[in-house]
Design a protein around this ligand. Sequence first.
Ligand SMILES: NC(=O)c1ccc[n+]([C@@H]2O[C@H](COP(=O)([O-])OP(=O)(O)OC[C@H]3O[C@@H](n4cnc5c(N)ncnc54)[C@H](O)[C@@H]3O)[C@@H](O)[C@H]2O)c1
Ligand SMILES: O=C(O)[C@H]1O[C@H](OP(=O)(O)OP(=O)(O)OC[C@H]2O[C@@H](n3ccc(=O)[nH]c3=O)[C@H](O)[C@@H]2O)[C@H](O)[C@@H](O)[C@@H]1O
Length: 343
Amino acid sequence: MASNGNSHVSTKPPPEPSPLRKAKFFQANMRILVTGGAGFIGSHLVDKLMQNEKNEVIVVDNYFTGSKDNLKQWIGHPRFELIRHDVTEPLLIEVDQIYHLACPASPIFYKYNPVKTIKTNVIGTLNMLGLAKRTGARILLTSTSEVYGDPLMHPQDETYWGNVNPIGVRSCYDEGKRVAETLMFDYHRQHGIEIRIARIFNTYGPRMNIDDGRVVSNFIAQAIRDEPLTVQLPGTQTRSFCYVSDMVDGLMRLMDGDNTGPINIGNPGEFTMLELAENVKELINPEVKIMTVENTPDDPRQRKPDITKAKELLGWEPKVKLRDGLPLMEEDFRGRLGISRKK
Ligand SMILES: NC(=O)c1ccc[n+]([C@@H]2O[C@H](COP(=O)([O-])OP(=O)(O)OC[C@H]3O[C@@H](n4cnc5c(N)ncnc54)[C@H](O)[C@@H]3O)[C@@H](O)[C@H]2O)c1
Ligand SMILES: O=C(O)[C@H]1O[C@H](OP(=O)(O)OP(=O)(O)OC[C@H]2O[C@@H](n3ccc(=O)[nH]c3=O)[C@H](O)[C@@H]2O)[C@H](O)[C@@H](O)[C@@H]1O
């Protein structure tokens, strides 16, 4: 039985997978569900999963922040299926693995309809755990570094229980993900479900929505459009940015390995928002101005993953440095905005 290195061990054997898995003469493909697969990380994960000819990939998405455009290369492919579905409603399909990503991730989007955000995290995760229980599928939840809230421990390792405001404007997301983690472990202990939990730290890369509102996409779009980079006060708050290909690699290693997690997946390179703005200015538009603007409530002051567990248990660490990842994202944004680099 998989463990996370402590006492959260299931007392039940896992549910039986489909009889097809045991068929002697039938070499079945692995049927993999990706919820939120039309979004930023989800669509890159789908690209990677589809590279394996033994995989059939099913995406469910309600297109709140995702788009069919992110999956256009797979629509019509015989091993790929796209379903418009909201995870707050039950889903009856047959699957072997579930990557459960569905949830708006950008603060401006998750705060837009907070009740829906918490429903997505709680009812959506319950529904996907129900599906895992019925089918015997292994399920991976994309949790977040926001479960650590405004952390009093730095860097954050997985033993830290966090410092989260339960009634703030971010709570629909961070408390929602904390409940989702609780549900995962309760289904594991009570029903023997095979679970995996990734605590993702700020991830960036091509295909982020241009008006997503997150800091890297904001700064890159602003630099390309010659608009001032909006550093929210005080500007000394830190984040650690992971390039999306590293993230997808970490998620797949976690899913296919033996450890339940939670495991931090992120890049420990830590930057203040002012430093990030300086990097974007230098790499993308040396003429652009940097301005400070008001911040939003409960913004975490520091964030950096301790990735010892990911290194030891998954043999994973990020490869792409921020200064190499930013230009790759710039290229994608320039293409979509139709603004080429000044000579
Ligand atoms: N990108 C990050 O920095 C980051 C950090 C921590 C955790 N995460 C987690 O990773 C996952 C993916 O994040 P992302 O950056 O790709 O965000 P995203 O907003 O691009 O993708 C989320 C996807 O989920 C879909 N979705 C939202 N609510 C849904 C619902 N009720 N039913 C069905 N589909 C729904 C959206 O339409 C979108 O396609 C999320 O669970 C997020 O919490 C991301
Ligand atoms: O990695 C995580 O765990 C979480 O990180 C992000 O949340 P946050 O770090 O607040 O993301 P941003 O909105 O990109 O903000 C990062 C920092 O940049 C600052 N910021 C943001 C936007 C901007 O234009 N300027 C700016 O200085 C914010 O004040 C904040 O301090 C994600 O949006 C969450 O989905 C995710 O779960």
